[in-house]
Design a protein around this ligand. Structure first.
Ligand code: SAH
Length: 351
C-alpha cells in the first residue's frame, strides 16, 4: 500500500481529482472538504453522510491532521491563550489566541524552529527542525476554534518560523484558510510577517492574494540591520524596501513594518528619525514591539517612556506608528520562548 496522504492538504479541485482517481463520485469531495474545513472534523468517523465502507477506505489511505495540545496557558487578564501543540512526529510548536474588539486572532507557527538567526529571537536558537505543512498551519486554527468554541477571524503568521522560507506550504495555507467553499476567512484578515526574503516577497505579490505583508525591519540602516539580522547580509535594505513597494503597488495592501525595540541598540531618537526618513511615502504602518528579553541574547527591553518617545518622533514625521499591546502579560512567554521553556523542562534541548 502507498503512503498515507493528508486529506487536509488538498484544495477542493485537487480533492475532486483525488476522489475520482480512487473511483469515487465527484460530490464526495465537496462533502469531505466541508467536513474538514467547515465542520472541522478530526476523523473520518465523524463524516456521517459517507458510507461506513467509504470511511474505512479513506482511513486506510488518508489521515486528518490534528493538533494535540500539550499545554494551554490562559490569561486571566484578557483571555489570551498560549498553546503548545505536539505534532505527529513529537515535535512541538506554539500558537497564540488573542481576543480583540475586531474579532479573534491567532498567531500561528510556520516551521518547527527557524534558520534565519535573528539575534533577539528564541525560535531560531536551535535552528530549523522542519517545515510545517499547510495542514499543520490550518490545524492550529481549527483546534483553537474547537477549544474556545469561538470563530477565529484573523490570522497572523508571526509565530516560530519564516513563512517565506516555507513558501509553497504558506501560500497553500493562505488559499485553503480563505477559500469560500471551506473555512472562508477573508484573506484581508491575514498578515504574513517576513524577515525580508526579496525573491519570495516579489513572488507573493503576484499570487493575487490580498494578504497584509509585515516586514520585520528592526533597524533603519543596512549596517545595524546586519548586526541584528543575519539575513540582512543576503538582501540589502534598499532591495527589501523596493520589494515591499512593489508588493504595495501590486496588491494595494498597506504595509506593516515590525520594529522590535532593543535598549541601547536601535532605540535612540536618531534611529527614530532615520526610520521615518527611510519609509516615508511607503504607505506603511510601524508596529513597535518592546523586545521580549530572551535569556540567551542579553538584550533588554527599553522602558515604556523611551518607546513612547520613539513613537512620537515617528508621528511628528507623519509616520503612523503604534506600540504593540502586550497580550497575556500574566502568562508571558512570547516569541518562541514558551516552546523553548517547554523543551528545557522536558530536558529535550540539544545543547
Ligand atoms: N520570521 C518572520 C515571522 C516570525 S517572527 C519574521 O521575521 O517576521 C514575528 C515577529 O516577532 C518578527 O517581527 C520578529 O522579529 C519578532 N520577534 C521575534 N523575537 C522577538 C522578541 N524576543 N521580542 C520582540 N519581537 C520579537
Amino acid at each position: 500500500m502507498g503512503e498515507i496522504k493528508d486529506i487536509c492538504e488538498y484544495t477542493l479541485p485537487e480533492l475532486t481529482d483525488e476522489l475520482l482517481s480512487i473511483g469515487e463520485k465527484k460530490f464526495r469531495a465537496k462533502q469531505i472538504y466541508e467536513w474538514i474545513h467547515k465542520k472541522k472534523a478530526v476523523s473520518f468517523d465523524e463524516m456521517t453522510n459517507l458510507s461506513k465502507d467509504l470511511r474505512e477506505k479513506l482511513s486506510a489511505s488518508y489521515r486528518v491532521t490534528v493538533m494535540n495540545p500539550e499545554k494551554v496557558l490562559i490569561s486571566k487578564l484578557d483571555g489570551t491563550r498560549k498553546y503548545i501543540f505536539s505534532l505527529y512526529d513529537d515535535n512541538v510548536i506554539e500558537s497564540v489566541f488573542m481576543r480583540y474588539k475586531h474579532g479573534n486572532s491567532v498567531c500561528i507557527s510556520s516551521q518547527v524552529g527557524c534558520r534565519m538567526g535573528c539575534t533577539f529571537c528564541a525560535s531560531t536558537i536551535d535552528g530549523c527542525v522542519r517545515n510545517l505543512s499547510a495542514a499543520e498551519m490550518l490545524a492550529q486554527i481549527y483546534r483553537i476554534e474547537k477549544d474556545t468554541g469561538e470563530r477565529v477571524s484573523n490570522v497572523v503568521i508571526m509565530g516560530s518560523g519564516e513563512p517565506l522560507d516555507n513558501y509553497d506550504e504558506a501560500v497553500r495555507f493562505i488559499r485553503l484558510v480563505s477559500d469560500s467553499d471551506g473555512n472562508d476567512m477573508s484573506a484581508r484578515n491575514i498578515t504574513l510577517s517576513t524577515c525580508g526574503l526579496v525573491p519570495e516577497i516579489l513572488r507573493l505579490a503576484d499570487e493575487g492574494l490580498p494578504v497584509t505583508l509585515a516586514l520585520s525591519l528592526h533597524a533603519p540602516s543596512q549596517e545595524l540591520r546586519e548586526n541584528i539580522m543575519p539575513i540582512a547580509r543576503a538582501y540589502k535594505l534598499e532591495d527589501v524596501l523596493s520589494a515591499c513597494r512593489t508588493y504595495f503597488e501590486k496588491t494595494g495592501r498597506r504595509l506593516s513594518f515590525e520594529y522590535s525595540v532593543v535598549k541601547g541598540v536601535n532605540d535612540s531618537r536618531e534611529h527614530a528619525q532615520k526610520l521615518a526618513n527611510l519609509i516615508r511615502g511607503m504607505h506603511g504602518h510601524v508596529n513597535l514591539i518592546p523586545v521580549n528579553p530572551v535569556e540567551e541574547t542579553g538584550y533588554e527591553s527599553p522602558d515604556r517612556e523611551s518607546v513612547e518617545e520613539f513613537r512620537k518622533i515617528l508621528e511628528e514625521q507623519k509616520i503612523n506608528a503604534t506600540i504593540r499591546r502586550e497580550m497575556g502579560r500574566d502568562i508571558n512567554s512570547a516569541c518562541g520562548q514558551l516552546r523553548r521553556r517547554h523543551l528545557n523542562d522536558k530536558g529535550l534541548r540539544a545543547d
